[in-house]
Design a protein around this ligand. Structure first.
Ligand code: AMP
Ligand code: MG
Length: 489
């Protein structure tokens, strides 16, 4: 029913530990991603079934599979932890998808591994569904991300602050190798291991670099470019990852680990949701700087294989880390330009964008709604956009500047321009109150209706799905309490 290979386990033994999922009492498929299964060439009918639930919960491991837990280290909130690893995730194996890309299939919450330390290796239903929902929403928004193939209830309880229903998430990634995977080897002075890992990564994730002379430096640059693009895209949709530790920073450039993440409603650059992020280290506006910091940690691990001379290696790697800032800035501005309908970026566009952001911040407008409604102005009705702001005179001035800029660019039919904007400005994002409502119904009442309804709307985030779905587009109630999220999938 599930045939997988495992190239990662052909790497040296010290990179991983063999792992067997621990059985559960009563597995039941709650959500299954048929579209993704087809993309992966998996037998969806067989997996989305009681027999499939046995495999997707870890109760049964198909013959021929040799599951492992991957070793990694990581900086958590800036402090280095030399030994982490998959403590509640087990890599079942890999599948080559319909496009020829090798993807990891991992069970998250399938029991303890050699790296579990004090943890139980389990996941609670709420966080599993949260990751399922938000990762699939990210994908629909066109943002690189790990995917969710299935969520399976275990029939067992997991003990957190209270007893909660348990679940297992089947996660799919281009690879689960993280900055922390390199740090694990670097912390042990394992230069040979670093070269082996880097070659594996190049071969699997950056095949265009195979023949490049300075290939380890090129790899660092490749990771820098993907991370810059990724974080820019997060910023464009108001996504706050919440726990950008180096062990949650993917070498493939996918969004990974959806623990305390959330989308911002009102535009506030200092937005932070995670209850454990007390210093606001991972607040919205810090994300590019943190990504660069994480890249510097990756660069450090690669120094011994970048150049025999430490001085040379430092200089080359450092330049790549420094360049990240401008790569990010370019990607960020290009995306914001697209959001306001610009087809190219000119000198003064940064100022034009920033003045809009300043107005949005000052008047505490909803990020998603305001960008979406800007297209109404192109269609001839300014009111839906301007009513979002308190300072009407300032917003009218901005609209005039913006319209002058549009007029000086490539001429476009208003409807063509407006629909181009609609394709980058979603109507629907996973609003915090909607996510809470969906998870609450599932966890407290075993009712997956709201989860499925929300998933259906978020599958086409840029298409206005009409008045019947309008409540999914609205910002949350203006609650006095700030929204809080918690770690622990
Ligand atoms: P995360 O916050 O999900 O990035 O996890 C950080 C580290 O803690 C990873 O090495 C996880 O595998 C480990 N971990 C988190 N929760 C558990 C758990 N319930 N049981 C075992 N290990 C865990
Ligand atoms: Mg993690």
């Amino acid at each position: 029913m599930l045939t997988l290979s495992n190239t990662y386990s052909s790497l040296p033994d010290r990179f991983f530990a063999r792992a067997r999922p621990t059985g559960v009492t009563a597995p039941r498929v709650l959500a299954f991603n048929h579209t993704l299964a087809a993309e992966l060439g998996l037998d969806a009918r067989a997996l989305d079934s009681p027999e499939g639930a046995e495999i997707l919960s870890g109760n049964a491991v198909p013959d021929g599979l040799a599951p492992i837990a991957m070793a990694y280290a990581g900086h958590q909130f800036g402090g280095f932890v030399p030994q982490l690893g998959d403590g509640r995730a087990i890599l079942l194996g890999e599948v080559v998808d319909r496009r020829g890309i090798r993807r990891d299939i991992q069970l998250k919450g399938a029991g303890r591994t050699a790296y579990s330390r004090g943890g139980d290796g389990r996941a609670a239903l709420g966080p599993v569904l949260r990751e399922y929902l938000v990762s699939e929403a990210m994908h629909a928004l066109g943002i690189p991300t790990t995917r969710a193939l299935a969520a399976v209830a275990t029939g067992d309880r997991v003990h957190r602050e209270t007893a909660l229903p348990g679940a297992v998430l089947t996660r799919v990634a281009a690879s689960h190798i993280r900055v922390g995977t390199f740090q694990f080897l670097a912390a042990r002075g394992d230069v040979e291991g670093l070269a082996t890992l880097a070659d594996y990564v190049i071969d699997r994730l950056y095949p265009a670099l195979r023949e490049t002379p300075d290939r380890y430096l090129a790899l660092l640059k490749g990771v820098a470019d993907r991370q810059a693009e990724l974080v820019a895209r997060w910023m464009h949709v108001g996504f706050v990852h919440g726990v950008m530790n180096t062990d949650n920073s993917s070498i493939s450039g996918e969004t990974i680990d959806f623990g305390p993440c959330a989308f911002m409603d009102v535009y506030d650059p200092a937005t932070v949701f995670s209850s454990i992020d007390q210093g606001g280290r991972y607040q919205y506006q810090n994300q590019p700087g943190i990504a660069q910091w994480n890249l510097a940690r990756l660069a450090e691990t690669l120094l011994p294989i970048i150049d025999g001379s430490t001085e040379e290696a430092v200089e080359k790697a450092n330049q790549t880390v420094v360049d990240f800032a401008s790569t990010f800035q370019t990607a960020w501005l290009a995306g914001l330009g697209r959001k306001i309908g610009l087809s190219d970026i000119r000198d003064q566009d940064g100022v034009l964008v920033q003045s809009l952001l300043d107005l949005m911040q000052q008047d505490r407008v909803d990020w998603t709604t305001s960008f979406r409604r800007l297209a109404d102005c192109v269609r001839g009705d300014d009111v839906p956009f301007t009513t979002l702001f308190d300072d009407r005179a300032a917003v009218a001035r901005w609209l005039m500047d913006w319209q002058a800029r549009l007029a000086s660019g490539t001429p476009a039919e208003p409807e063509a321009l407006a629909s181009r904007m609609d394709r980058v400005n979603p109507v629907y994002i996973p609003r915090n109150h909607l996510v809470e409502e969906a998870l609450g119904a599932a966890v407290q009442h075993d009712n997956l209706g709201p989860f499925e309804a929300l998933m259906a709307v978020l599958a086409k985030p840029h298409d206005d799905q009409g008045p019947a779905q309008s409540r999914f587009a609205e910002p949350g109630p203006n609650d006095a309490r700030p929204y809080r999220t918690f770690c622990g999938t």
